[in-house]
Design a protein around this ligand. Structure first.
Ligand code: CTP
Length: 214
């Protein structure tokens, strides 16, 4: 990468929602805090920032260009449209892995019997766009409840990433919704760094400074 002002950074954040009907959806507890903190840190580093965000209750970061999306499909189309122009993709979004095969236009009335929803996989956004990467640096996130490092390394390789940021979810003070986090930054070049425990803002600043050195 060259000087700071010419770096274009694409960040995804937050959850996606996959609708069963207009009032029900499949999603996850992601709040988007880590992605928004990274967007702020990247703007402060002088980068141009495109921020593709699922439904979150956060204020638009000053200086970033925000692209709101709802579903994994919408997030994919937005990332796909912005990827070729970016120098670095940082994929913090907690993309829903499954969506209902059928989504109803009208609210489904509940019946006495239990409900079975048949789901299909959503597209793997990171893996799909990385297949055509040329000059881009690509960073993935891995949220794991166990065997954090080994699962993260598998994702680093299978998604052809330059870095993966791994964190344990389900522990207090880390992961979804928390203001603090503790992450492992693992590089395809063999680098390994533990960052935190610290605020998500402090971790974001540290991550951006590592990526900037590349
Ligand atoms: N990701 C993606 N598209 C998906 C699912 C995940 O782009 N449909 C991205 C996430 O944004 C993250 C990385 O892939 O940067 C790893 O996501 P994670 O949910 O930890 O892993 P999965 O690939 O979904 O695998 P699993 O759920 O089996 O752990």
């Amino acid at each position: 990468m060259s000087n700071a002002s010419s770096i274009r950074c694409l960040i995804t954040a937050g959850p996606t929602r996959e609708f069963i009907d207009p009032v029900r959806f499949i999603s996850n507890p992601s709040t988007g805090k880590m992605g928004f903190a990274l967007a702020e840190a990247a703007v402060d580093a002088g980068w141009t920032v495109d921020l593709v965000a699922g439904p979150v209750g956060l204020e638009e970061p000053d200086g970033a260009i925000l692209y709101p999306v709802v579903t994994a499909e919408e997030m994919y189309h937005q990332v796909d449209a912005l990827f070729d122009a970016c120098d670095i993709l940082i994929m913090t979004a907690a993309v829903s892995d499954f969506r209902p095969i059928k989504s109803f236009d009208r609210k489904q009335k509940k019946e006495d019997a239990s409900l079975t929803i048949e789901c299909e996989r959503t597209i793997d956004i990171l893996k799909t766009v990385t297949e055509r990467k040329v000059h881009q640096t690509v960073v993935g996130f891995a949220a794991e409840t166990n065997d954090v490092e080994s699962y993260a390394r598998q994702k680093l390789e299978s998604k052809r990433l330059d870095w993966i940021v791994a964190n344990e979810v389900g522990t207090s003070g880390a992961g979804f919704a928390a203001d603090t986090n503790e992450v492992l930054l693992i590089g395809a070049d063999g680098s390994f760094k533990q960052i935190g425990p610290a605020s998500k803002n402090a971790i974001a600043i540290e991550l951006i400074s590592v990526f900037a050195q590349r």
